[in-house]
Design a protein around this ligand. Sequence first.
Ligand code: PGA
Length: 249
Amino acid sequence: MKVLEVKDYHEMSSIAARIIIGKVQSKPDAKLGLATGGTPIGLYKELIQDYRSNGTSYESVCTYNLDEYVGMDPEDPNSYRYFMEENLFAHINVPESQIHIPDGTAVELEAECERYDLELNRGEGVDIQILGIGSNGHIGFNEPGTSFSSHTHIVKLAETTRKANARFFRRLEDVPTQAITMGIASILKAKQILLLVSGINKAEVMKQLLTTDEVDEQLPASALKNHPNVTILADEEALSLVKNADLKT
Ligand code: PGA
């Protein structure tokens, strides 16, 4: 894993945007793996800005999101489908038919997991996967203890995750208890992975991830150590408990 320390959220977002834009320019039909949450919003703002000023085209791009809440209608403002529409898709020219997000309202959830994996595995793999990290080390909604050989699957959300995400809801009770998520093995199939990390709330998990060689299912993000092309773009606050001398990547 390559760790790139950046000053702050703004710098993290603009460097990530440059990487994504560079990929889309060199490969107009790139497959982009996208994430939700507070972390990638700045990146998406930069992509929109660039689309407006420079016209980078997403006409041939395909997007694949990591996860969706179970039972959440795509029209619900708390759904990840809605989040992506608001924060990115409505503002760039990616065709609707090239957008992929798991369907949290599917009646047959297992069949939906299989369908999503088939979509992901069609043709070449994802070119760049954007990831955030939970303070418990989750990537996507793969909570601690998830098998590293997992493909798209249904998860019960950790209480810490529900509490962290409650800020997007009216009340904690409104936060769903289950989600459908790409598994660790599905994520690791991407050719390149960009993990974005910002803020003091992530300092402890970055210390856990970066100061040992251990690859352990209790720390889902440690699976990234098995991937040949991972860049961590983390800001000063997120790396504040890691000294350069301690880095084990
Ligand atoms: P955040 O979430 O970007 O809102 O911090 C990251 C995650 O839980 O994966």
